[in-house]
Ligand binder design. Structure first.
Ligand SMILES: Nc1nc2c(c(=O)[nH]1)N[C@H]1C(S)=C(S)[C@@H](COP(=O)(O)OP(=O)(O)OC[C@H]3O[C@@H](n4cnc5c(=O)[nH]c(N)nc54)[C@H](O)[C@@H]3O)O[C@H]1N2
Ligand SMILES: Nc1nc2c(c(=O)[nH]1)N[C@H]1C(S)=C(S)[C@@H](COP(=O)(O)OP(=O)(O)OC[C@H]3O[C@@H](n4cnc5c(=O)[nH]c(N)nc54)[C@H](O)[C@@H]3O)O[C@H]1N2
Ligand code: SF4
Ligand SMILES: [Mo]
Length: 693
């Protein structure tokens, strides 16, 4: 049920968190919200279809002895979950219980999920799908700058930078309203895009560097080499604001431009043009997307970017610096408030005594009661079915069966769980494997705060009447905690109450929200963290004077190119990379159910260069069987010169035979534990007759 008068809220999908007005007349873009300024993409405009969707889950479902999911009352379903959790804990200890959260969750939900796992389950194991998304960028920024806020400046600053380099981000499809800021930027400066594919965004660029997949780190080191050769670096800045340059200088001087040209495929002239543009006097920015980050060397690649921008003296200067374009709706806040295996709210560390003490005090427990660090997402799931591994998993806001790497293995791991509980508004592919499915409210039906890609904390207001049946994730966690004998600390009756506790738990921490209130968010169109007190203005721009290390200086790190987890060879001669369509969102659990989006993009297609298509003997629309060492997918062919002749591309928004993650490599970055979604080796041939997706 939608209100008659328009209500201001925000989109359910990506980190741009467009402001929208909802009313019974439909959804309109909010012209006053300063990030999207009256624009939205087709996903946001059509999001209302999710609320009244006939396929929506309305009652809890419990799998019976006959193996089928059948409707159950809330009482019965919650009792059943609690009994099973208690029994598994008694038999195998608390570490057999775990939860898997999401960057789609509000700050309040992410916070409460972390608290639930540590106190009500008593387990160290909580992680979330941001591990698949932001972990490499986060690891890099933390190590270089001492804090990780995706963009250390507002989106509006992009329009005013002289050179904007988008590295492996296809923002025109993944954040379409950003186009208005890019158009302004190109009106007075230059846009450079690094992507192995001629994406929509690359098409718009003044310079497109179409590198060999997986060679980003080498190219970034090569650019720094040229910057040093050409005397473009800023010695004064390096001396006064950073530490560790000398070792990096020595390491990158061993990286010869001709070698870089050979491996990356980027001509030295183009390397030179790019680095000269980045070094321009006034201002420049390097922003990365998932292209270079979702690799086994993603965290080091981000450090190669921060090295470059620090050496050029850009970070913290007006309209300049390094940033990453956060992906999920609350991909930023979701990585700050304790649903990560090694983390407590406010970016506190679960391994730091002072941080543990601060949070334990707010939670009213002894710090010794807080478990230690848990397993990261892929490892957590991998431990299912193994001795000492996870036996019960509560999933809130992720469709692992489609979105996690090596989907066949994921299916086996989900099947090996003794208890899989999925909280979702829809029966997604992961819910199909669940023992219990709990129907949840959707974005516009409940209030909560989100932190957008700029670090701006916003309020997603309730704009629609909740239907009878589904419940809020917050209520589900509180109800389960009570049944697990932990009512204390879980007596919340609104998101606002949870937010109040979150504010206290983050006071004095790196991501300090203590000065942020709902009233301020409404009045100020969002408040940027850190915001340590009610009279603090918030912090739209970081690093102008200092970095978040005790000495205030940024860190250089020596990072070296290394091969991908898997590279093409005689058996699997092609690169396979994955990404997104404008019309679909992530695992597609939501957008595949929206008619206009499903009609616009009914299926995944594998993009293939005309030369390769000719060699394989497939034409547009034919079906191609793509195989990796882990599995096979059958996809319909889209012949396009936008991909390299050595590379296939497919979106990952579908399950079934066309699921891109049947092919991907679960190899992990050693630091960020990010899987290598952007790169594996495959072979391809026309699908045998009858091959369908
Ligand atoms: N329409 C739409 N928008 C979305 C989403 C969505 O699913 N659909 N999801 C949201 C989320 S969660 C995220 S994380 C963001 C992601 O936003 P982006 O990072 O923009 O999205 P991707 O398409 O995953 O990857 C970007 C580009 O990386 C390129 N790439 C592949 N391999 C390499 C490589 O080796 N090096 C380099 N440099 N580039 C490479 C791909 O060709 C692709 O064009 O989008 C958000 N917005
Ligand atoms: N091959 C390949 N795989 C990838 C990627 C890639 O580029 N290539 N990208 C990775 C990235 S960046 C990401 S972010 C992941 C995303 O992939 P997933 O983790 O699967 O995330 P989504 O598809 O966004 O959402 C999953 C579910 O959350 C539900 N949901 C939304 N909001 C809420 C809420 O408030 N509460 C509850 N309980 N449920 C909610 C939705 O209905 C949906 O069913 O995929 C990763 N997988
Ligand atoms: S999906 Fe992202 S860009 Fe599109 S309307 Fe929603 S918030 Fe805006
Ligand atoms: Mo993401």
């Amino acid at each position: 049920m939608l209100p008659e008068a328009p209500t201001r809220t925000h989109c359910p999908y990506c980190a741009f968190q467009c402001g929208m007005l909802m009313s019974s007349a439909g959804i309109e873009a909010d012209a006053d919200f300063p990030v999207n300024r009256g624009q939205m993409c087709v996903k946001g405009f059509s999001a209302g279809a999710l609320l009244a969707h006939p396929g929506r889950l309305t009652t809890p479902m419990v799998r019976g002895r006959d193996g089928r999911l059948a409707s159950a009352s809330w009482e019965a379903a919650l009792d059943h979950v609690a009994e099973r959790l208690l029994a598994l804990r008694a038999a195998h200890g608390p570490a057999a219980l775990a939860a898997f959260g999401s960057g789609a969750l509000t700050n309040e939900k992410a916070y409460l999920l972390g608290k639930f796992v540590r106190l009500a389950l008593g387990s160290p194991h909580v992680d979330y799908n941001g591990r698949y998304c932001m972990s490499s960028a986060a690891a890099g920024q933390n190590r270089a700058f001492g804090v990780d806020r995706g963009l250390p400046f507002p989106v509006a600053d992009l329009a005013r930078t002289k050179t904007l380099l988008l590295w492996g981000a296809n923002s025109l499809d993944t954040m379409p309203p950003l186009a208005q800021w890019l158009a302004e930027q190109q009106g007075q400066g230059e846009l450079i895009v690094v992507d192995p594919r001629r994406s929509e965004t690359a098409r718009r660029a003044d310079l497109h560097l179409q590198l060999t997949p997986g060679t980003d780190l080498l190219l970034a080191n090569g650019l720094l080499h040229l910057a040093i050769d050409e005397r473009l670096i800023d010695a004064g800045y390096i001396a006064s604001r950073t530490v560790g340059f000398e070792a990096v200088r020595r390491a990158v001087m061993e990286v010869h431009p001709a070698h870089v040209e050979r491996l990356t495929g980027i001509a030295i002239d183009d390397q030179l043009r790019a680095v000269r543009r980045l070094a321009v006097e006034e201002s420049s920015m390097l922003l990365s997307g998932r292209g270079p980050e979702q690799q086994v060397k993603g965290a080091d690649t981000v450090l190669a970017f921060t090295n470059l921008m620090l050496a050029l003296g850009k970070v913290g200067r007006p309209f300049s610096g390094y940033g990453c374009l956060t992906g999920q709706g609350n991909g930023q806040g979701g990585r700050e408030h304790g649903q990560k295996a090694d983390q407590l709210p406010g970016y506190r560390s679960i391994e730091d005594a002072a941080d543990r003490a601060a949070v334990a005090k707010v939670w009213g427990v002894d710090p010794a009661q807080l478990p230690g660090k848990g397993k990261s997402a892929v490892e957590l799931l991998d431990s299912s079915g193994e001795a000492g591994g996870v036996r019960a998993l509560l999933v809130m806001g992720s469709n692992l069966a489609v979105a996690a790497p090596d989907a066949r293995r994921v299916a086996r791991k989900l099947a090996a769980l003794e208890l899989l509980v999925v909280c979702d508004a829809f029966e997604n592919e992961t819910a199909e494997a669940a023992h219990v499915v709990l129907p949840t409210l959707q974005w516009a039906e409940e209030e909560g705060t989100m932190t957008n890609l700029e670090g701006r904390v916003i309020l997603r207001a309730r704009a629609a009447e909740p239907p009878p049946g589904p419940r809020s994730d917050l209520a589900i966690l509180c109800e389960l905690a009570r049944r697990l004998g932990r009512a204390d600390g879980f007596g919340f009756s609104s998101a606002a109450e949870v937010f109040d506790e979150l504010r206290r738990a983050t006071a004095g921490a790196r991501a300090d929200y203590s000065g942020i209130t709902h009233a301020r968010i409404r009045r100020e169109q969002g408040v940027f963290w850190p915001c340590p007190s009610a009279d603090h203005p918030g912090t739209p721009r970081l690093f102008a004077d200092r970095f978040a290390f005790p000495d205030g200086r940024a860190r250089f790190h020596v990072v070296r190119h290394r091969p991908a987890g898997e590279t093409p060879d005689a058996d699997y001669p092609l690169y396979f990379t994955t990404g997104r369509y404008k019309e679909h969102y992530n695992s597609g659990a939501q957008t595949r159910r929206v008619a206009v989006l499903a009609q616009a993009r009914p299926e995944p297609r594998v993009h293939i260069h005309p030369r390769l298509a000719g060699r394989l003997g497939v034409a547009d629309g034919a079906r191609l069987l793509v195989e990796s060492r882990r599995g096979a997918a059958t996809l319909s062919v889209e012949v396009t010169a936008d991909v390299r002749p050595d590379t296939l591309f497919a979106p990952f928004h579908w399950g079934g035979q066309g699921c891109a993650n049947l092919l991907t490599n679960p190899a992990l970055d050693p630091v960020s534990r990010m899987p290598e979604f952007k790169l594996c080796a495959v072979r391809a041939r026309p699908a045998p007759e009858g091959g369908r997706s």
